[in-house]
Design a protein around this ligand. Structure first.
Ligand code: ADQ
Length: 465
């Protein structure tokens, strides 16, 4: 049987200590790696004076990880630069925040070449290689240049932007052309796949039929493969003693009021300002109900080194302060805004205590918080999920109350609908949502991708470079 080689920016063996998307992903990939006796390669997260390509092997939880340190300049240009200041905003449709610098593009290319040279000697002829996410788009081609004929797949965890936005990136076409070196490319939704397809056809002279994009003599299979969570495990977690304790504490502190919860990495793509404004609209438009609710927003800071993240953080502090200042009473504060990370069982208990999950990204590859909120609910008395139409999760989670997060009125209306939704309707909607959660979970996701990849034909020997 072939081995599976997973390559991603950061490597994290599933030791149970990880949280969030990284944790869920680590569990899924680790299970796959165990099954296929694989190897997980990536950046250690550490700096080194001078890049040597020296690999640190580690064996943990039955999985071998191989990590490499990067130079400070690589981290500045590749990670903080091209990945987080160029591709992340652009791929989330924020060209107003995207920074196009040749040094970033150069550093990104250099880091990917370094990754390829370092990992290539570890790849055996029968291995199957699975590259993860936007940090590593050109890696497949770099491996091909080194003679790698293996099956190589790529999965994009974030949205794929529309063609006209992508065209603002100076090296867009070259970047997309590197992707034809892959055998399979996976996206969370059909919308992202169609955007990729449109770009490749219009700008790279690709032709598309039956899921296969052909460019010259290269062919790549495009698949929709929405990621899930480990829903069964998360539901069990929400029923654990620790989570029940947290749930009770939250209910006590809610003092009979309905809790609305938001949980997000502090990122401009998550629509936090829009959420606060929509909630404020609800407070203004519903003087009778307003003191019946409060919003708990959990948002741990991320990517502090990037200025746009410092700005969003300051903006949210100002906005929550203003809303609380304008609306709070001596016995009630409308927004509890906290910036901490919490263990997963605490989060599960918090979700469980909430009557409404408010998930309003302006653009999101998938959004796992929406799925976690559903998995944590009490089947007999579930809360209501309000979900942005622009999250990838909306394509699967049609029984949520879908809103346009740019419209404060729609958010406000949805809160009203959710508060007064009869139990029967809540139960009916929740059952359908949880069914999808369980059927299309994180194991389903990795199986769907690896099945497609394993079925791809092996390439002819790559031309000598
Ligand atoms: P993210 O945008 O980081 O990842 P998202 O899907 O929003 O991921 O999930 C965030 C995760 O972080 C959740 O699992 C949540 O529980 C966790 N988290 C958030 N706040 C936390 C806190 N305070 N304490 C502990 N955990 C917290 C990218 C893409 C997404 C895509 C995922 C997976 O941007 O669109 O869904 O990858 O492909």
């Amino acid at each position: 049987m072939s081995r599976l080689i997973v390559i991603s920016n950061r490597v994290s063996a599933a030791t149970g200590q990880l949280s969030g998307a990284q944790g869920g992903l680590a569990v899924a990939l680790t299970a796959a790696l165990r099954e296929y006796r694989g190897l997980w390669f990536g950046w250690s997260g550490e700096l080194t004076e001078e890049f040597t390509g020296q690999i640190n092997f580690n064996r943990e939880a039955g999985v071998t990880t191989a990590t490499v340190d990067l130079e400070e300049q690589d981290v500045d240009e590749y990670y903080n630069g091209y990945a987080n200041r160029t591709l992340w905003p652009l791929f989330h449709y924020r060209i107003d925040l995207a920074e196009y610098e040749r040094d970033f593009a150069g550093g990104y290319q250099r880091a990917n070449e370094r990754f390829a040279h370092t990992v290539q000697p570890l790849i055996e002829p029968d291995d199957v290689v699975w590259v993860q996410d936007y940090h590593m788009i050109p890696l497949g081609l770099e491996l091909r240049k080194l003679g790698c004929r293996n099956r190589i797949g790529f999965f994009l965890h974030i949205p794929w932007p529309p063609r006209r936005l992508l065209n603002t990136l100076p090296e867009a076409r070259q970047l997309v052309e590197t992707m034809f070196a892959y055998d399979v490319i996976g996206f969370h939704t059909d919308e992202w796949l169609q955007s990729f397809r449109e770009y490749a056809v219009a700008e790279c002279r690709g032709s598309y039929s039956d899921g296969v994009m052909a460019v010259g003599d290269q062919k790549v299979l495009l698949i929709v493969c929405p990621i899930g969570i480990d829903a069964k495990e998360f539901t069990e977690l929400a029923n654990s003693e620790a989570a029940r304790g947290v749930c009770e504490r939250m209910q006590e502190s809610a003092n009979g009021r309905a809790m609305i919860v938001g949980v997000d990495r502090l990122d401009y793509s998550k629509g936090l300002e829009e959420r606060f404004l929509g909630y404020e609209r609800f407070l203004v438009d519903n003087p009778e109900e307003r003191k019946e609710v409060f919003l708990l927003q959990i948002a741990p800071p991320s990517r502090d080194a990037v200025e746009s993240y410092q700005r969003i953080r300051a903006g949210l502090e100002g906005l929550s302060g203003r809303i609380n200042g304008a609306h709070a009473d001596i016995d009630w504060v409308p927004i509890r805004y906290v910036n901490q990370n919490y263990p997963r069982d605490v989060l599960a208990g918090v979700y469980r205590a909430a009557k409404i999950g408010l998930v309003t990204p302006l653009r999101d590859g998938m959004n796992l918080v929406a799925k976690e909120f559903v998995a944590a609910q009490d089947p007999d008395d579930p809360g209501v999920l309000i979900l942005s139409r622009f999250a990838g999760a909306a394509a699967q989670m049609k029984q949520a109350l879908l809103v346009n997060p740019h419209s404060a009125e729609e958010i406000s209306d949805a809160i009203c609908t959710a508060i007064s939704m009869p139990r029967e309707e809540r139960v009916e909607r929740w059952r359908k949502l949880q069914k999808i959660n369980l059927e299309q979970d994180v194991r389903w996701w990795r199986q769907r991708f690896t099945d497609a990849l394993m079925a791809a034909p092996v390439r002819e020997r790559a031309p000598a470079q």
